[in-house]
Design a protein around this ligand. Structure first.
Ligand SMILES: Nc1ncnc2c1ncn2[C@@H]1O[C@H](COP(=O)(O)OP(=O)(O)O)[C@@H](O)[C@H]1O
Ligand SMILES: [Mg+2]
Length: 362
């Protein structure tokens, strides 16, 4: 199976990394170092090449080494993307991306070309957190799985913002809202359908993973739309919510407030799951995301696991490594203790200290 494979990464003035060139291997890359040394910074840089945004901040200035004017991330990819050079230039007020010298926009093609799955300590929010953490999960996956999703998502977000602006001003004229209702219904119905279908695609992988990790227990992952159905169903629902929307002064229904429900043995995991069970579900959800994305994009996503040992206990770690071993694909794992990482097979170890990387040889 083809994979997203980073053959060389060059960083200049990215966070605390003033200059680094690393050549990862095609399978396991283990980055170890004490806290505050730059492990997450490296993961953030790799992720940025695919997602074109950071998972930690929306402030570009934070990504640039203190007092430097700009940061640069350069990735040379191999495998099916043989020779692709992707560059991200970050300045305080701008960000420019090129692939083989050509300007890249934040479109579905880029995300589909370089799918990545990220697992980091805050990922527990997926079960424990508020619905927006779950919407981010499904949206992020769909940005990569479906070429049409990024622009659909953007258009929908714009319609909601415009509709909410009218509602916020108070006493909206129903006719003034109608053009927005039409667009909302059209785009919202498509968005819900794509999310619903992708959750359905992931669910069997999710159930299988939960069974493997926890030796029993039945789990489910279901999309919970506030409004579902076609355009007409949306229009009807908007009509029914009109008074409430006016009273609350925002759009109360639609995919912008939908949720994903995780259950274990018939009970909502967020409310009734133990910490251990919640961890199992989160790990299973990331496994499901990886497998579903592999199917949709025709390639194994690049897998980024930041500081997993802190979130997963021994048993779940073992399961994770088994999964990664069987999945194939290129993996980056960061850890404070490299002896925690039990992996056989092709592996490169890097030590990081104060933003400097060194290849370790046994
Ligand atoms: N823009 C920046 N310029 C210089 N140093 C930075 C910048 N942003 C973060 N850092 C430093 O990076 C370090 C944290 O790196 P991080 O990758 O999060 O550590 P860890 O190895 O624990 O994952 C901290 O020492 C922090 O001060
Ligand atoms: Mg870290």
């Amino acid at each position: 199976m083809d994979r997203v494979q980073l053959d060389e990464l060059t960083l200049v003035n990215f966070r605390n990394i003033q200059k680094a060139v690393i050549q990862p291997c095609s399978r396991f890359n283990v980055i170890s170092g004490q806290n505050g040394m730059g492990k997450t910074n490296l993961v953030e840089a790799v992720y940025l090449l695919g997602a074109l945004r950071s998972f930690r901040t929306t402030k570009r200035s934070e990504l640039i080494f203190h007092d430097a004017p700009k940061a640069k991330i350069k990735g040379r990819f191999g495998s099916l993307l043989a020779g692709l050079n992707c560059e991200v230039d970050i300045e305080e007020n701008s960000r420019a991306v090129t692939a083989d010298g050509k300007r890249v926009s934040a479109s579905g093609h880029h995300f589909q070309m370089l799918p990545m799955v990220l697992f980091h300590p805050q990922v527990m929010e997926l079960v424990q957190g508020s619905p927006d953490a779950r919407r981010r999960f499904i949206d992020r996956a769909l940005f990569q799985a479906d070429v049409s999703y990024p622009s659909l998502f953007k258009s929908y977000t714009r319609v909601i913002a415009n509709r909410n602006r009218i509602l916020k001003d108070g006493l909206p004229d129903r006719r003034a809202l109608y053009p927005f209702d039409l667009q909302l219904a059209e785009l919202g119905a498509q968005l819900v359908r794509l999310r619903y279908d992708f959750i359905k695609l992931m669910e069997p992988f999710f159930i299988e993973a939960v069974t493997k990790i926890s030796d029993g227990g039945t789990a489910s992952m279901t999309y919970q739309p506030k409004i579902e159905g076609d355009k007409d169903a949306f229009l009807k629902a908007l009509d029914a919510r009109f008074q409430r929307d006016c009273a609350l002064r925002y759009t109360t229904g639609g995919p912008q407030s939908d949720d994903v429900l995780f259950t274990l043995n018939g009970h909502e995991a967020k409310k009734f799951g133990s910490q251990g069970q919640q961890r199992t579900l989160v790990l299973a959800a990331k496994i499901a995301e990886t497998r579903a994305l592999t199917g949709s994009t025709g390639r194994i996503p690049l897998l980024l696991f930041d500081d997993v040992s802190s979130e997963l206990d021994k048993g779940r770690n073992r399961h994770l490594f088994e999964f990664l071993q069987g999945m194939g694909g290129q993996v980056f794992i960061t850890t404070t203790h490299r002896d925690y990482i039990h992996i056989d097979g092709e592996r490169k170890d890097f030590a990081v200290e104060a933003g400097g990387f060194e290849l370790l040889t046994e």
